[in-house]
Design a protein. Structure first.
Length: 342
């Protein structure tokens, strides 16, 4: 079965083709980072309009790269939520309009399920069950994953997500957007221990997170303790921030593995590309003898491949999951643990 996937939940437009037997055939992606950088963050209306411009050319590119035609597509999947309402509507209307024109069945996919299953696209995918850390600009959650659609929430952020804290702290330091890669890069030049930042909820005895206090601590440090901040001071603050963030994320992952008794950890979402986080988790995995799995770097951020792949996995389990129903709705807020198996 050949599945077309459409992703448009925020500021990336992604189109992909996945064969349920052969795997990913081709994908194309356009990032709006350069457009939003001037505003220091995503502008929803601009994001929606740009998705409209990009969808058709990306579809044409994907078909060309895969050597397939529209007529060969068996089902069309799209991101139904969560995300920006306007951006989701663009992708959903594009996908459902295409489905209606081609008389193909449709399947709405949870954006976070796409991220959660994206490490299975790797050459050495993890086996179920596993603990997953979903860590991005909008979400920080620990999940137990027993199979496709079988998700149990173990813990989540009570306020800012990790990626959001990265972006806001980077802005306080005068770094570019998106802040995650910038503050991570700057931290490489920082000296450890020069500044000490809090580790929120590190000893909370649960698996929840809180990062608003860490962001506020960066604000206080920059405003009150550093005058005429120089580049080295910025690097030292960035190092303190990254060290605090990584320690909390790693400790909660270790606690989740301990509590569940599982031996496999999956990291998904944009922050999963963070170099320092990967180093810490790889070291912990070697010491504690568990497996840690990441998506390929190109699949850490939002992309169409993860949506098409999640749909393909669901359709392998239940070929009737896709329906010829072209009246669509989007779900800007959609808890992942409310999903069910195919």
């Amino acid at each position: 079965m050949l599945v077309l996937g459409v992703e448009s939940s925020c500021d990336e437009t992604g189109i992909a083709l996945v064969d349920t037997e052969l795997g990913l055939l081709a994908h194309a992606l356009h990032s709006q980072v350069a457009m939003h950088a001037a505003y220091g963050g995503v502008v929803p209306e601009l994001a929606s309009r740009d998705h409209i411009r990009r969808a058709v050319p990306l579809l044409q590119q994907t078909l060309k790269d895969s050597g397939r035609t529209l007529a060969q597509i068996d089902a069309i999947a799209y991101t139904q939520g969560p995300g920006l309402a306007g951006a989701l509507l663009v992708g959903a209307s594009f996908a459902c309009g295409l489905g209606l024109a081609l008389d193909k069945p449709m399947l709405g996919i949870h954006h976070l399920e796409g991220h959660l299953l994206s490490p299975l696209l790797a050459s050495k995918p993890p086996a179920f069950p596993f603990v997953a850390l979903l860590v991005s600009g909008g979400h920080t959650q620990l999940m137990r994953v027993d199979g496709v659609g079988r998700y149990t929430l173990l813990g989540e952020t009570l306020d800012d997500a990790a990626g959001e804290a990265f972006d806001k702290s980077a802005k306080l330091l005068g770094l570019g957007y998106p802040g995650g890669p910038e503050i991570s890069r700057m931290a490489e030049f920082g000296d450890p221990g020069v500044y000490k930042l809090p580790r929120p909820m590190l000893h909370s005895k649960d698996l929840n997170f809180s990062f608003s206090g860490l962001k506020t601590a960066v604000l206080t440090l920059v405003k009150n303790k550093i005058t005429n901040i120089c580049e080295q001071d910025k690097a030292n603050v960035a190092r303190a921030f990254v060290d605090a963030m990584v320690e909390v994320l790693a400790a909660k992952c270790m606690a989740a593995l301990r509590d569940t008794g599982l031996k496999r950890l999956v990291i998904a979402g944009g922050v999963g590309a963070n170099v320092q986080l990967r180093e810490a988790l790889n070291a912990a995995a070697a010491k504690r003898r568990f497996g840690v799995f990441y998506p390929e770097l190109e699949f850490c951020t939002d992309n169409g491949a993860m949506i098409a792949f999640a749909a393909a996995l669901r359709l392998k389990e239940n070929p009737d999951a896709a329906k010829r129903d072209y009246a669509f709705n989007v779900l800007p807020r959609w808890p992942l643990d409310t999903l069910r198996a195919a």
